[in-house]
Design a binder for this molecule. Sequence first.
Ligand SMILES: [Zn+2]
Length: 439
Amino acid sequence: MRHDWCKVIYMRKRLRVYYVLCSILAISILASSILASAQKDSPLAIAHVTVIDCTGAAPQPNSTVLIAAGHITAIGPSDRVSIPAGARVVDGNGKFLIPGLWDMHGHLTDATEDAFPLLIMNGVTGVRDMGGDLAQIDRWRAEIESGTRVGPHIIRAGPFVDGPKEGVSNRLTVRTPEEARQAVHQLKAKGVDFIKIHNALPPEAFFALMDEARKEHIPVAVHLPRGVSSADASDAGVASLEHIETVNESALWRKGATAKTVEQAVDENLGPAGQQLFEHLAKNGTWYVPTLVAYERGFVLWSNDPEALAPRMEVQRKQIKLVAMMHKAGVPIMAGSDFSDWAMVPGVDLHNELALLVEAGFTPLEALQTATLNPAKFLGKTETYGTIQVGRAADLVLLDMNPLEDISHTRKINAVVLGGKFYPLASIRAQSLQDAAKR
Ligand SMILES: [Zn+2]
């Protein structure tokens, strides 16, 4: 990935402003978390709310959701669910309840701990970390689990497995098939949840790694290595392919390729070659995380030069069509923002990704499912996450407006429930700005 470093620095400064604002809010969230933990054992009832459970069922108006010990214990029409004595009751009248969102492509180490309040304030209760400092992530994860830090559930890869690269950190550098097999055992011993491959891994090392990972039952997520096609990676058994632009790179280097430029590659993918590839991915059950927002921020809106901008905008417009084709072909898709330390804002950009998926023809419910039900399916955790059903973890987002009418309403967050704790974000935001003004 090429960067214009002046712009990177400028962008980082802008992100810093977000982060400073958020640190004020983070203190308030932590304070309210202490309050919340005092109430941890008393049940919570969200009454008279419209439940969008994300199973695919129709929205259920005037429902009551009961929560106790971090889990959903009852759901039903408000006139039939009896609220236990001593429960905290939240009036959900006119509001909408959706499951907590998962960002399935993020980098916590690069984003730093400043990302946690941003994620929670934006309703992101789960993150698949796609490469970072394993020890640090595990420290954060332990703090979140023990309740000393407010943050999302984390599924993590630990270090990237990559070929030789200069100036990058948190890499396990692999050059040969033997080293690739060793890397699988090394990472398995460290207890990673999955392996993340990056683009400089030599093809023969990639295929050896896939073979070893299959034997060791470790899922592999792939930023396509140079020289490996999307179809071959899918046949090798990858769990997920990352970034929409890699199907265009693949078209440049697959066997018998005729496309010479990204523009030609994207056009080729819009025709029968892409259709065939996407049907192949669907047949293999290979998941795709398009990270459209990252392409838009990272490659398209990077330049202020209109001449440079126009062709990239055109590629992005076509890439949105490619995601539409994938979706129609039955490729299972998940939402990811690729937040790290540059152009994307943790939490905020997951909502932008959902909007881009709606642009690609997803219904708002299907877009919501890419960040709820689908991640739970992918992780094999549908009994715990992804839907509003009895027995699931109480990770919920209370919205002021209906997201099925307009996906941008996922940003209208009134409150977040995280592991059964209630965070009234609308009032926390207002109050912390008042408090900051007094300082
Ligand atoms: Zn990434």
